[in-house]
Design a protein around this ligand. Structure first.
Ligand code: PGA
Length: 254
């Protein structure tokens, strides 16, 4: 089967960083270099408090806005939570779901992630669904099983809606550690995930879904990672907090 052309997608996950004015500055700096860039999809995911401001900065550009989490309900008594329609209200197109920090620190299970993925799609948002093994799982040879279970659980019951999903493979041992997966390790897992998607959905769908790599991606290692056949972009944490390094990574994604 002919390989489908997948447009690369680079997303900056700013995590719990940046005040509103710092976020505006970072988004403006990125915009001044990339406002007309069309060779890759670009997504900025600031904290909730800065979504509206960043949205205003990047309006009328190709740069899209993403959130880092949301609740699955549309409204109601959920103190401290944010709904899909609230994210659409500030012009979010994407939402990161099931990040390992949420899975480990906030007890998000595959079932919870699955509810959120369905709610995001119903709410007209593209979910960026994160999966990845911890170090001990990799060392004990369980990485494939762990990731397969996360993919199957997080995407259960999606049917045709799967086309709106982006997957981010983020080996937990590489997140914020400076320890990056080798291009070969990452490619192997990405190809494995694509195979899992093929068995759950079908081969056409598997070939069309974009799978980002995340975990200490930076300008010095992004080129090699992004040139792997099954790596379709990056979910960038630390390096996305600096406009120059984020822009450099985007320019490596063609
Ligand atoms: P990192 O974070 O690039 O700082 O490793 C990636 C992520 O957690 O999405």
């Amino acid at each position: 089967m002919a390989k489908k052309l997948r447009k690369k997608i680079i997303a900056g996950n700013w995590k719990m960083n940046k005040s509103v004015s710092e976020a505006a500055d970072l988004a403006s700096d990125i915009k001044s270099d990339l406002a007309d860039y069309r060779d890759a999809d670009i997504v900025l995911c600031p904290p909730f408090t800065a979504l509206k401001t960043v949205s205003d900065v990047i309006t009328q550009t190709h740069i899209k806005l993403g959130a880092q989490n949301m609740h699955w309900a549309s409204d109601g008594a959920y103190t401290g939570e944010i709904s899909p329609s609230m994210l659409r209200d500030v012009f979010c197109h994407y939402v990161i779901l099931g990040h390992s920090e949420r899975r480990t620190m906030f007890n998000e299970t595959d079932e919870i992630v699955n509810k959120k993925v369905k709610a995001a799609i119903a709410g007209n948002l593209c979910p960026i669904v994160c999966v990845g093994e911890v170090l001990q799982e990799r060392e004990s040879g369980a990485a494939n099983d762990v990731v397969k279970k996360q993919v199957a659980g997080s995407l259960a019951g999606l049917g045709d809606d799967i086309g709106k999903v982006v997957i981010a493979y983020e080996p937990v041992w590489a997140i914020g550690t400076g320890k990056v997966a080798t291009p070969a390790q990452a490619q192997e897992m990405h190809a494995f995930i694509r195979g899992v998607l093929g068995s759950i959905f079908n081969e056409d769908i598997a070939q069309s879904i974009r799978i980002q790599y995340g975990g200490s991606m930076k300008p010095s290692n992004a080129g090699e990672l992004l040139s792997q056949p099954d790596i379709d972009g990056g979910l960038i944490g630390g390096a996305a907090l600096d406009a120059r390094s984020f822009v450099e990574i985007v320019r490596l994604a063609k």
